[in-house]
Write a protein that binds this ligand. Structure first.
Ligand SMILES: Cc1ncc(C[n+]2csc(CCOP(=O)(O)OP(=O)(O)O)c2C)c(N)n1
Length: 441
């Protein structure tokens, strides 16, 4: 069961062997050679070509094609890129597939969905044909089923027989993404793909808008904050400076839950998959700092940086001890807005008021972390330059380090990267469900 779980061909997961206290000390009689070896699975493809040829016809004849590259597409970056280029499609990333195409590739529209980009959401709003690849279409990525209002048809490529049927009006290509895309490419190379220049031009213009929007936010400088009683960086500004530092040093970025996570995947500009890792299943608070431990446990761990909020950090401060114990070389950046801002923003958007998502208790995180032997904790200051300098010092410490950055919270829109679309949550449900009835897919 363990081998089938951790080596599962398309949904590998951790395996938990639960041993109750009374069974733990018992002797187990087992022949080691009777245990399974690492299972191997041959890639699968559809045995009939009916759906394949139907998909090829749709790709050739539809004007506005967008690929949604889900987390399952990560091992197939080159195939996704080749398909986009051959079919004249743009690619909308998911938070889990950042870097599937290099950030500056003209057909990479960046992330789509409620915490996405201007260009990613434009492509979703306008596409006639959705090509979902390795995607579960979870609510925030798909605006609760309304992310693709003009799409009349879906080509879905997925090894999972359930996920591949997620949408209505689907041509399902159930199998290994790499192998299925190869079959599509071979058919498309015979020619006959309609001209997509207009679509690509419009999408490129929106990507230009997104780039300009980001630059304005970063250039806006410090914003006065009620809690910090001074000008501090916004969270996007601080994340941008830290992400640039990670790019410079080829450090892995782990993102925790909340605004840190959402602003995080909106801000980062990855060129390869695996540069950013975030928990897109449950957005479990405390994930990022815990993930740092992997670098200590691995035989050849890489320097990694955990991006976390003050709320998420306090879910797992245990990492300060575990990190030292396991010899982690990594840095925790605490983006401290003295509240759980993601929830404050949701409350404000839904009810016009935030309620008990902050408190009046100041915490000196630098002193707290420095109290643990082996940890170096320093201030990240109040500008991108301060933060970059602090991060260099933190990295020079060959152990676990903590950089504390006060960040802005308030209603000034410069403080966040924006939200898009619809979400079937709280008192938005009726409205969202009414609109959902009008969707074709
Ligand atoms: C274990 C867990 N509990 C609750 C949530 C719901 N949740 C999502 S973000 C968030 C607040 C995060 O606050 P913080 O880490 O300070 O980041 P900020 O939003 O302020 O940037 C909460 C409570 C969650 N994702 N995980």
């Amino acid at each position: 069961m363990g081998a089938s779980c951790v080596y599962h061909p398309f949904k590998a997961a951790p395996f938990y062997l639960n041993l109750p206290l009374n069974t733990q000390p018992q002797k187990l009689d087992i022949r080691l050679d009777s245990l399974p070896t690492i299972p191997t699975y041959e890639p699968t493809i559809p045995a009939a070509d009916h759906n394949l040829l139907e998909a090829v016809e749709l790709l050739k004849s539809t004007g506005k094609v967008a690929i949604k590259a889900g987390g399952g597409s990560r091992p197939f970056a080159s195939q996704v890129r080749a398909l986009a280029e051959a079919a004249g499609a743009v690619v909308v990333e998911a938070p889990g597939s950042l870097g599937i195409l290099p950030d500056s590739h003209p057909q990479n529209m960046h992330v789509g969905g409620s915490k996405g980009s201007i260009s990613g959401n434009y492509a979703m709003q306008e596409a006639d044909l959705l090509v979902a690849i390795g995607s579960r279409a979870v609510c925030q990525s798909d605006c609760s089923g309304m992310g693709w209002p003009k799409a009349k048809h879906v080509i879905n490529i997925n090894a999972d027989p359930v996920d591949v049927q997620h949408y209505a009006q689907t041509t399902a290509l159930n199998g290994d993404i790499g192998e299925v895309v190869k079959l599509l490419l071979s058919e498309l190379s015979k020619g006959g793909v309609s001209n997509k220049a207009e679509w690509l031009k419009d999408c490129a213009a929106k990507k230009g808008d997104w780039t300009a929007f980001k630059s304005d936010l970063y250039a806006a400088g410090a914003v006065n904050d009620e809690v910090w009683h001074r000008g501090v960086m916004t969270q996007p500004q601080a994340i941008k400076a830290a992400a640039d530092f990670c790019k410079k040093h080829d450090a892995i970025k782990f993102f925790d839950a909340g605004d840190v996570q959402a602003n995080g995947f909106q801000v980062v500009e990855d060129d390869r998959v695996g540069e950013t890792i975030t928990e897109t299943g449950a957005s479990y608070m405390g994930f990022a700092v815990s993930a740092l431990i992997a670098g200590g446990v691995a035989e050849e761990g890489r320097y990694s940086v955990a991006f976390t909020g003050d709320g998420s950090f306090m879910m797992n401060p245990q990492v300060l001890i575990d990190g030292v114990e396991h010899g982690v070389h990594g840095t925790i950046i605490i983006f401290d807005n003295r509240r759980m801002a993601a929830i404050s923003h949701l409350q404000l958007a839904q009810y016009g008021n935030d309620y008990r998502t902050n408190d009046g208790v100041a915490v000196d995180y630098i002193a707290m972390a420095n109290a643990v032997e082996g940890v170096l904790a320093i201030s990240g200051g109040h500008s991108a330059e301060d933060l970059s300098e602090a991060l260099e010092k933190a990295r020079a410490h060959k152990g676990l380090s903590v950089v504390h950055v006060p960040v802005y919270h308030g209603e000034n829109p410069i403080g966040g990267m924006g939200a898009y679309g619809n979400w079937n949550v709280g008192n938005w449900c009726d409205d969202v469900q009414d609109k959902y009835l009008k969707m074709s897919i």
